[in-house]
Design a protein around this ligand. Structure first.
Ligand code: SF4
Length: 433
């Protein structure tokens, strides 16, 4: 059977389908790069915003229009609305998030143990950009109560993967050629708190760095709480990428309170200062929501000023999306969506300025780049694109295709959203920082 995977949403969804793809391959099936080539499509859906839910339905309809007769739907949107998913064309099965780990054995009607015998090399999916990074799910679910969040409803309580499973998944990814491991979770910072005895993310990182020959290790997203005082000491190991994604959501104390976020602007600023003390040049990126119910003009201005005070390297800005089942849906003083969008535009403009100034400080310096994709091929050579450890997208001309290799690069100037560079030399992965 030929199987195509489609995802909407986060890196967790990406990580999950990569694991499923490995299991289908191990069972003798082929993973293909488009629905038109497939006998079966698996769609891993998302519900984080109303747009993501609508995209999820669209992906399913697209697969049906491409002539796929068997569509298996899983993920957050279909877990929250299984009937809505089941009635879409050619949907044969809806697999809830709680059953997702066994999706392949369920679909193939085989015992789950078949896939637990030995680690399967995890390879990039066909059709995606040549991937150098592997997303490893170490945790799922969340015990927090952010009032806007539908993800915690769709993903359930926090559950950590045991250390042995995480190490096996990482080894499988390294076996498949990954040069960078990205740990993902819905609430990654809570890893280990549900295990007996309880453990911490700091412990997990130490074990991974000790036991695995990883060229680069990156953390996907950490809520700005739960981190121990000495957490950033781990970055003394240069394999840990100097990049932290800390979702702030709002820089106004009042809005954060109504959002049910477990932080304040002061605590957030202290956390960033602690990180920068240990790792100067650390890229701090974030997520923001504009137009949360009751957000006044003053609160938005506070938020904007705070974001500028922090000086983020980049940020994703979303306008508030009312989600069924969340407390914020019923909050008074819902903000006109047109105003939310205007505020989003202002915030994005501020992030663009901050991003330029963050990248500008590295012009004239050298950095190690992991080449990820080919942008073009012309008389000047192969134009490659890759990432630095601190998550700056770099473009440079190369004498040959060097995807999934490291180079030492002289950073020469700003591009739209990244930096241009000149390759100085290839680098042994073990020396990467
Ligand atoms: S921390 Fe908040 S936003 Fe993140 S998944 Fe948990 S409830 Fe949702």
């Amino acid at each position: 059977m030929r199987v195509f995977f489609d995802i909407i949403g986060c890196r967790l969804n990406q990580s999950e389908v990569e694991k499923m793809a490995g299991q289908f391959r191990a069972a003798g099936h082929e993973v293909v790069s488009s629905p038109a080539e497939a006998d079966m499509v698996v769609v891993n859906t998302c519900a984080v915003t109303s747009e993501a839910a609508s995209d999820s339905r669209q992906k399913i309809r697209q697969a049906a229009r491409a002539g796929v007769e068997k569509i298996v739907v899983t993920g957050c949107w279909s877990t929250l609305d299984p009937q809505g998913a089941a009635v879409l064309p050619n949907v044969a099965q809806v697999v809830a998030n709680a059953e997702k780990d066994h999706l392949v054995s369920t679909v193939l009607n085989q015992p789950a143990e078949v896939f637990e015998l030995e680690p399967l090399a995890r390879q990039p999916l066909p059709g995606l950009r040549a991937r150098t990074r592997a997303f490893i799910k170490v945790q799922d679910g969340c015990d927090n109560h952010c009032t806007f969040c539908v993800t915690r409803l769709a993903r359930g309580q926090s559950q950590s993967q045991p250390v042995e499973t995480v190490l096996a998944d990482i080894q499988a990814a390294l076996l498949g050629g990954a040069q960078e491991i990205v740990l993902t979770g819905v609430h990654l910072g809570s890893w280990g708190q549900d295990l007996l005895p309880a453990r911490s993310l700091r412990e997990l990182l130490k074990i991974i760095l000790e036991k695995c020959r990883i060229p680069r290790l990156r953390l996907s997203s950490l809520e700005p709480w739960d981190l121990e005082d000495d957490f950033f000491e781990l970055w003394r190991d240069p394999r840990l990428c100097p990049h932290l994604h800390l979702p702030l959501q709002s820089g106004s104390a009042g809005v954060l309170r109504r959002m049910g976020r477990n932080t304040t602007p002061e605590l957030f600023a202290a956390l960033v200062a602690a990180a920068r003390t240990v790792v100067p040049g650390m890229a701090i990126t974030t997520d923001m929501i504009t137009g949360f119910p009751g957000e006044t003009e003053t609160e938005f201005e506070e938020s904007l000023a705070f974001v500028q005070q922090i000086g983020f390297a980049a940020g994703h800005v979303f306008h508030y999306s009312p989600r069924p089942g969340t407390p914020a849906l019923r909050f008074p003083n819902q903000v006109d969506p047109r105003l939310s969008k205007q505020r989003s535009a202002r915030l994005r403009a501020a992030f663009a300025v901050m991003s330029d100034s963050f990248r500008q400080q590295f012009v004239g310096q050298t950095a190690q780049v992991l080449w990820e994709a080919l942008r073009s091929n012309g008389p000047e050579g192969w134009r490659l694109e890759g990432l630095t450890g601190n998550y700056i997208r770099v473009e440079a001309f190369a004498p040959r295709l060097m995807q999934n290799e490291f180079s030492q690069v002289l950073l020469t100037g700003l591009t739209d959203g990244g930096l241009a560079g000149t390759i100085l030399s290839p680098t042994e992965p073990e020396t990467v920082n």
